[in-house]
Every structure is written in structure tokens, then in C-alpha cells.
Design a binder for this molecule. Sequence first.
Ligand code: HGY
Ligand code: MN
Ligand code: MN
Ligand code: MN
Length: 402
Amino acid sequence: MSLAQDFDARWAQLLPVGRSSETGGYRRYAWTREDHTLREWFAGECAALGLDLTEDRMGNQWAWWGDPDRTPGVVIGSHLDSVPDGGAFDGPLGVVSALAVVRELQASGFTPRVPIGIVNFGDEEGARFGVACAGSRVLTGAMTPERALGLTDAEGISMAEALRSAGRTADIGPDPAALARIGSFVELHVEQGRALALLDPETSAVAVGTDIWPHGRWRADFTGRADHAGTTALADREDAMLEAARFALAAREAAERRDGEHRCVATVGKVSVQPGGVNAIPSHVTAWLDARSPHESLVRGVIEDLTAMFPGALREESWTATTRFHDELTLRVRDALGPETPMLGTGAGHDAGILAQADVPTTMLFVRNPSGASHTPEEFAEPADCHAGVEALLTVVRDLAS
Ligand code: HGY
Ligand code: MN
Ligand code: MN
Ligand code: MN
């Protein structure tokens, strides 16, 4: 079986899991039934390749070809969870490619100089508990276990409870031993903006990552007073939604003031309204803000503006500083793929960024996405470009593990 055929066969296996028949999008949240199915699938595929499967203290899955005690090794992989109504590629493309690469290396009789690992990071999107890259943040110590366990989902279920319901222990924590096994990490990922889509279609379908924009998530709480939507005069209302609406507009304007050549974006993509009745005046609204820019000072400026306008409302949920991938590794990967390979920074967050922050030599490969869209079912990569991505990953792993 060719590398492309093997990739296609694995890809097809994943497509039905957590897919909405209405939108074609995916809902694969941490520690749910879908997540369990995906973790079992990953474990099964790794077992079939004869890999040694372990979990770190946060439940991230690691599969090693070669003796894990002879590490540090070369690690590839990504995540299998999704945002609400996400696309098929964000995450799974990297995991499926990694499995196909290892099978190809085995079939071709390659003898790795160091062990090769495949990782499936848990809870990358933070779709359920609000903090993105929760798996890698706890692994590296960027988020404390106490904080992670206390995060709650939309139903008020804490991560601690979710772990227990999934039949797991809540004894999570940083895992320096698991981290020390990673000599280098290369995460292959679908491109999530217009950058590669804007390249000439004749040029490379694959780019090498250079950096991740600083980005963060904040939560803003607005309190009003519940009352009857029909009988309460407008003048007599304390409607929490109005403040939340002003907040969303103010966030947009604060980003716009800083946007331009230097790019700055802010998004209120999630709100929760209490009591949540069509005929009740909102007594409480929580709005979540995501803000990013290539320049930390611009994001900080947005937050300062909003803090001044809405005193006491804002609370930081997560912050990731500017991340530059490992220069030497990035250049080596680029050289392995050819000097014409484009280099690309990204406004999207990744587990690779969290590992880079923890001083693990890390870089990324991006596969062209002609829609430029992501976190929506419109996200797309041509099969030929996916195959080019797997080939590129194969080339890189051969180089790094020889
Ligand atoms: O939100 C993000 O940037 C992501 O894709 N995890
Ligand atoms: Mn994503
Ligand atoms: Mn992703
Ligand atoms: Mn009534």
C-alpha cells in the first residue's frame, strides 16, 4: 500500500466520528463519548503498528516506535478534538499523517537512530472547559492541575468530574519525564488563514512554521436583574445583555484602532445568558473574549482599553506569549524540504507552541487550505495537498531520525 493510500484509509475511518449530519461539522470535546472513541481508535492504530503506548499524567497519548527509555526521540502528531462545529482537518490531519509516516518507515525497512513517537494531545481546543491546549499546558506546567480540575463546562461539570465520569483519575499534573522524551516535535497542521491560499497554486502545498502570535482568552461578567420581558418598562430595567453587547462592540473597536499593517484581532465568540428565557430580562451575561496580534503590546492595549471601560468585569483565562519555533530545527526542516519551501507564521494556537514555550525544540508544517477558513465545516485541504503534507512529514522524520 502506498503512503497516500494508507493515509486515505485512516482518514476515512475518522470521518464519521462526531460529525453533524446537518452541517457536516464536528463536535469532539474532551472526555466525552466522541473523545473516548477517538482515543480508542488511536490506541488501536498504534497497537497495530506495534508501538508502545503510554499516557502522561494529563492523559495525552504517546506511542513509541523504539524503546521509550532510549529517548529523547523525534515526535510527530497533533490532536483529535474539535471546536463546536469544527472542520475535519484541524488536528486529525497531523495525527493521521503521523500514523501513515510511521507505517511507511516500517514498511521501507528504515532503522531509526532514535525512537519515533506519535502524540495525541488531549483537549487542544478548550471547546468544553474554555482553556485551549489544556493537555499540553498541564503537561508542561503552564497550567496548574488545581486550575484545570476546577474549570467547568456549559453544564457546570468540572474537569475533575468529567475525568471521573470518563473512568479516569483526577490525579493529573505536570510530567517532566514524558516531556524529557521529546528530542524534537514537528506538528503537521492544516493552514488556518488565507496565507497559503494566497500563494500561487503552482508553488508548494506545504509551508514550515516560524512563530505563533501572542494570544489570550478573557472572561467578562455582566450583572443585571431578571424581570418580566412584557411588563417591565424599559426605564425600569437592568439588562445585563446591553453591557455585554457594548463590550463586544468595544472589543472590536479596540482591535480596529490597532489593526492595520501590524494586525490585531478581537472576537467575542461565546456568551452565556442567565436565566436564558426569551421572555426574561437577562440577569447575568458572561462573554468570552479572544484577542491576538503579532505584537503583545497591541493585545495588552486592547485589554487595557476594555478594563478601563468595564471596570472589574474582565478576568484572564489564558495567555500565551509570542512563540518562536526552534530556529535550528525550523531551518533543518526547511532544508530537508527544499529551500523554496515557504515559511509561515500563524495567528492560531497549537500544542507545538506550548511545548516551544517549555523549551522543547519544536516546529510545524502547514498544509495549504484553499478556503482559508478554519473552525468551520468550510475548512478544507485538497487530497493531493494532504498527500504532499504526509510526504513532507516523511522526509522530515527520515532526516531527523537518521
Ligand atoms: O484557537 C486556536 O488558535 C486553535 O486552533 N487551537
Ligand atoms: Mn483549532
Ligand atoms: Mn489544531
Ligand atoms: Mn407569565
